[in-house]
Design a protein around this ligand. Structure first.
Ligand code: NAP
Length: 250
């Protein structure tokens, strides 16, 4: 057990699987108290059990301002204040641009953009001075990937929020940064709404574009998020950390 987050309280949206869950595990190891949020009740219950002592798992939909307001009330009652907010919940609905319809647009904007806005707004009164807000963007805001028009646009907006909110909140001691993972092996690929074989074929193609020659693992992203969430990054504001095996940069 390390102690880089001893005495700190962290809220992680999308903390029930994948990157958020791995981050919750690492934050607990580092001594934090952790609240994880997901929208699927079964996965919320499973995550709560798997994380064990020191963690609370809550069902809430980040795209509902009502849910997020209720969540903030509960966090305030049970935990008081927050030192770390990881606004990480997100969905991807790949689709050729010519087929993109109202549902594809509004679903991804609702979770990936409005969800991040509601998450930060609702938790703002609870954020300590100092505190760190980390947002999850993606490497494909820095390169074009076919089929990802709306997803990438929502994530570019998220990256932009890290800059503007840092400008607005710096005087309250709140730092806002984003992380841009590349291809990370998580359950997101089974939630795309695509047949498993199509996902596998696509993943194989994409792998050829990664200089590191492999998918990243959620625990690797978690270690970068720990840096951004902790005082180790105390002089970093409005930044976007590329974490993609060289995919967009090399
Ligand atoms: N994996 C990658 O290659 C990759 C690359 C770049 C960026 N990202 C981003 O990384 C973040 C985490 O994704 P992941 O790869 O770890 O996938 P994941 O395992 O599917 O995790 C997504 C998390 O978000 C939650 N979530 C989704 N919709 C929600 C909603 N409306 N309200 C509350 N929670 C919601 C999910 O909960 P439920 O299961 O209950 O829906 C889950 O806990 C996402 O923002 C994703 O866009 C992923």
């Amino acid at each position: 057990m390390m102690n880089r987050l001893t005495g700190k309280t962290a809220l992680i949206t999308g903390g029930t699987t994948g990157i958020g869950f791995a981050t919750a595990q690492l934050f607990l190891e580092e001594g934090a108290r952790v609240i994880v949020v997901g929208q699927n009740a079964e996965r919320v219950a499973h995550a709560g059990k798997a994380l064990g002592n020191g963690a609370v798992a809550v069902r809430a939909d980040v795209s509902s301002s009502g849910d997020m307001t209720e969540l903030a009330e509960r966090v305030k009652e049970e935990f008081g204040r927050l030192d770390i907010l990881f606004a990480n919940a997100g969905i991807a609905k790949p689709m050729p641009f010519s087929d993109v319809d109202e549902t594809n647009i509004s679903d991804q904007i609702a979770v990936n953009l409005k969800g991040v806005i509601y998450t930060i707004q609702s938790m703002l009164p609870l954020l300590n001075n100092p505190s760190s807000v980390v947002l999850t963007s993606t490497t494909i805001i820095e390169q074009g990937m076919a089929g990802m028009s709306i997803y990438a646009a929502t994530k570019a907006a998220v990256r932009s929020l890290a800059r503007t909110l840092s400008a607005e909140l710096a005087q309250r001691g709140i730092r806002v940064n984003s992380i841009s993972p590349g291809l990370i092996e998580t359950p997101i690929f089974s939630k795309l709404g695509m047949p498993a074989e199509a996902v596998e074929a696509w993943a194989g193609e994409l792998l050829g574009t990664v200089p590191a020659g492999r998918f990243g693992q959620a625990y690797e992203v978690a270690r970068a998020v720990l840096f951004m969430a902790s005082d180790d990054s105390s002089y970093m504001l409005g930044e976007n950390l590329m974490f993609d095996g060289g995919m967009a940069t090399i």
